[in-house]
Design a protein around this ligand. Structure first.
Ligand SMILES: Nc1ncnc2c1ncn2[C@@H]1O[C@H](COP(=O)(O)OP(=O)(O)O)[C@@H](O)[C@H]1O
Ligand SMILES: [Mg+2]
Length: 260
């Protein structure tokens, strides 16, 4: 049921993801401090920063793969750390996560890889799940590889299967943790173009990446993290063109130095 009037406006303005004063400790080491960040529906936010700055831990918190030391995380307005085990299952299904390593089942073909979680997490029938899987494989440009096994595909193709698998669960939000870092350079582009396509379809995405040209041209907002904190955030033109903080400047200038 759709309501008109103020309620609709409220819903549209509500962030898909809202991280409020998050802190995370491992033992007595503080890994994330006082992180607040919202991602609005349809927004693509890129998270950048040096290795060890806490980017993966932050993403893992958004899928409740970690327990928090302080603060809250809300997805679609619901506190994800206060629900039951059943809520958690729904949350994981509707928060698509794509890692650097694709984690496909090597003994299952592509279609079965994209079908399995739909049947387990959402209880879809084989027929429903396969129809959805073929749709999503079409979206990532792999409809003709449904019967292939992961080992027969390039890294970029495997990562696109992993993206299709996440999309098949009808996520409201997609979390990407360095999705192209493990790929051969020649297949990186195909994965980035799938992500751009998702953005034009209105998908909400939080993306940890080292692909600065992707962040610069595709992100609505770029967030720079260092030492477990958000140092600076803003539109890509501002972060890349005129970073305000010394740590952001230092990070970006290290990246732009020629290698070798
Ligand atoms: N399970 C863990 N136990 C202890 N320390 C951890 C754990 N996971 C990550 N860390 C530490 O947290 C810091 C941030 O790690 P991570 O989130 O992986 O950073 P990034 O993704 O930005 O490279 C690092 O210093 C890392 O060693
Ligand atoms: Mg990481």
């Amino acid at each position: 049921m759709r309501r008109v009037g103020l309620l609709t406006v409220d819903r549209q303005m509500r962030p898909s993801l809202q991280i409020v004063s998050l802190s995370k400790r491992f033992g007595h080491l503080t890994i994330l401090r006082d992180i607040s960040l919202s991602v609005m529906p349809g927004e693509l936010v890129c998270l950048i920063g040096p290795s060890g700055s806490g980017k993966s831990t932050l993403l893992r918190c958004c899928n409740r793969l970690e327990e928090l030391s302080g603060g809250d995380i809300l997805i679609e307005g619901r506190n994800i750390y206060s629900g039951t085990a059943r809520d958690l299952k729904t949350l994981r299904a509707h928060t698509g996560m794509v890692f650097q390593s694709f984690n496909l089942y090597p003994h299952l073909d592509v279609l079965a890889n994209v079908t399995l979680a739909q049947r387990k997490a959402l209880g879809r029938t084989r027929k429903e799940a396969e129809a959805k899987a073929l749709d999503m494989l079409g979206l990532v440009g792999l409809a003709d590889r449904a019967k292939s096994y992961p080992a027969q595909l390039s890294g970029g193709q495997q990562q696109r299967v992993a993206i299709a698998r996440a999309l098949a669960l009808d996520p409201t939000l997609m979390l990407f943790d360095e999705p192209t870092s493990a790929l051969d350079p020649e297949t990186v582009g195909s994965v980035l173009s799938v992500m751009r396509n998702l953005k034009t379809r209105g998908m909400t995405m939080l993306v940890v990446t080292h692909e600065m040209s992707f962040a610069r041209e595709a992100a609505d907002r770029v967030v720079f993290m260092d030492g477990g904190m958000i140092v600076e955030e803003g539109p890509p033109e501002a972060i890349f063109g005129a970073p305000q903080m010394e740590r952001t400047q230092a990070f970006l200038s290290r990246l732009s130095k020629p290698v070798g």
